[in-house]
Design a protein around this ligand. Structure first.
Ligand SMILES: Nc1ncnc2c1ncn2[C@@H]1O[C@H](COP(=O)(O)OP(=O)(O)OP(=O)(O)O)[C@@H](O)[C@H]1O
Ligand SMILES: [Mg+2]
Length: 443
């Protein structure tokens, strides 16, 4: 067990020791590596953010990358709610699971039991299953959504993902699956709008031979073949009443009835649904069943449109510029000031997809190492208010230095759950300076 908070470490060692495990402890990444080089452990439980020499991520990399006796030992990371990116990074870096601090001991116990009861290392699938997407974003609304995602992902709850077109609903759904206990099980996406009613039903529930014209043989549906896994129902608002009745039954009873069959079968599937409509309004208008809405909406996750999280625009633009430069083999290193200004000003009605497409085009058009405003071609498609009309403030034109500083301070504090020492460290200032800024901005 590795944690630089000695009280926390002591408490955990006592509790986990009581469960019958023998526990070695270290209070730093370096100490952990020293311990790990000496003997093989069956599980490493490690804090992500540690003061001093090495943090959790580096230690994880050193463990997994080395040739020590613990390079295949499962690692479970502990991290704070507000630091879900850490959890995501840890999983990408080869961690097997993560626990959210403050720890719920039942959850800890369950995670430990689950890992220790797995078959011997070597037979299992490589950790960090492919396909878990890396979401870019640092705005407050985005991080809040990610916190919710991290909290609901490991549960069995049905999740309804809402948001405008291109906002990232499908990506969020994949992340939920990727962070869930079902991550190594099937994940099937069904676009409800793309399939006619009978086809949609038979795709999901399966059919018996002769159930309808063209049904020449029995076919298992997705819900049977994805048993134990997750099914993503995209554009769920575009379904018929008849289909909604059947789906409701599956959600309620965990049963399916293949078309043309008089028998029901049990299935074990977790559902994630998405829509870009206001489903509640659809219910009120009589276009969507209220009972199904309530069943789907157990945990609503709203993906905010890009214009409500302008702080994400630049990081996303840089991310896509890098991605498309690599993909298209272009020597582009980023965006120049003019291009950055232009992407900040644009209102992105098509959300992240529009930004992604714009960056792809710009990278391909760019003549130099940096994408310029003219490469962006955004003036031709100015949807938002022009900069002169725009309200000053975060969403509008350039922000003052004080605004930026205030926000940086606030976000660092939030990220570190109010721990000023760590927030100061991240910002590269002393604790005293940070305290002065907090007073100055009345945070
Ligand atoms: N946070 C993010 N970081 C990086 N890329 C993202 C992020 N969110 C979305 N994307 C990318 O933006 C594009 C649009 O996202 P996605 O397909 O998830 O949107 P959607 O809400 O499902 O849209 P629609 O309603 O049109 O189906 C995708 O290519 C996706 O990879
Ligand atoms: Mg989608």
């Amino acid at each position: 067990m590795v944690d630089d908070d000695e009280d926390h470490l002591f408490m955990l060692r006592t509790v986990i020791g009581d469960w019958g495990h023998s526990v070695g402890t270290a209070t730093s990444g370096k100490g952990a590596l020293r311990l790990a080089s000496g003997r093989k452990y069956s599980l490493i439980l490690m804090d992500m953010r540690m003061d001093g020499d090495k943090d959790g991520l580096e230690t994880l990399a050193a463990l997994k990358g080395g040739d020590g006796p613990n390079r295949n030992t499962p690692v479970v990371i502990m991290t704070a709610y507000s630091l879900v990116e850490d959890a995501v990074n840890a999983i990408k870096g080869g961690a097997d699971d993560y626990l959210i601090k403050p720890l719920d001991l039942e959850v800890v116990r369950h995670a430990i039991d689950k890992i220790l009861s797995r078959p011997a290392v070597g037979e299992e699938k490589a950790p960090g299953a492919p396909g878990r997407p890396a979401l870019v974003g640092e705005s407050r609304p985005f991080l809040e959504m990610m916190e919710l995602v991290a909290r609901v992902a490991p549960t069995e709850a049905t999740v309804l993902v809402t948001g405008e077109s291109g906002a990232g609903k499908e990506m969020v759904a994949r992340l939920i699956q990727g962070l869930s206990g079902r991550r190594s099980k099937p994940y099937v996406t069904i676009n409800c709008a793309a399939l006619a009613e009978t086809l949609l039903e038979s795709t999901l529930f399966g059919h018996r031979r002769g159930a309808f014209t063209g049904a020449e043989a029995d076919r298992p549906g997705v819900l049977r073949s994805a048993d134990g896994g997750t099914v993503f129902l995209d554009e769920v608002a575009e379904t018929s009443n008849g289909f909604q009745v059947k789906l409701l039954r599956t959600l309620q009873e965990g049963e399916i009835q293949p078309l043309g069959s008089d028998r029901t079968e049990k299935v074990d599937v977790r559902f994630i649904a998405a829509t870009n409509r206001d489903l509640k309004a659809e219910v009120e208008a009589g276009r969507f069943r209220g009972d199904l809405f309530h069943r789907l909406n157990v945990i609503p996750v709203h993906v905010p449109p890009l214009r409500e999280r302008p702080e994400d625009i630049v990081p996303l633009a840089r991310h896509f510029a890098g991605e498309y430069a690599r993909k298209n083999n272009r020597p582009v290193r980023g965006l120049d000031e003019g291009a950055l200004e232009a992407v900040r000003r644009h209102s992105w009605p098509g959300n992240i997809r529009e930004l992604q497409n714009a960056m792809e085009r710009a990278v391909i058009l760019a003549r130099g190492e940096y994408v310029t405003e003219s490469d962006m071609q955004l003036r031709l498609v100015q949807y938002g208010p022009s900069p002169q009309e725009a309200e000053p403030g975060p969403a509008g034109g350039p922000r003052s230095l004080a605004d930026s500083e205030r926000q940086a301070v606030r976000e660092a504090i939030v990220r570190h759950s109010g721990n000023k020492t760590r927030a100061a460290e991240e910002l590269g200032v002393t604790r005293k300076t940070l305290a002065a800024k907090i007073r100055k901005y009345g945070l």
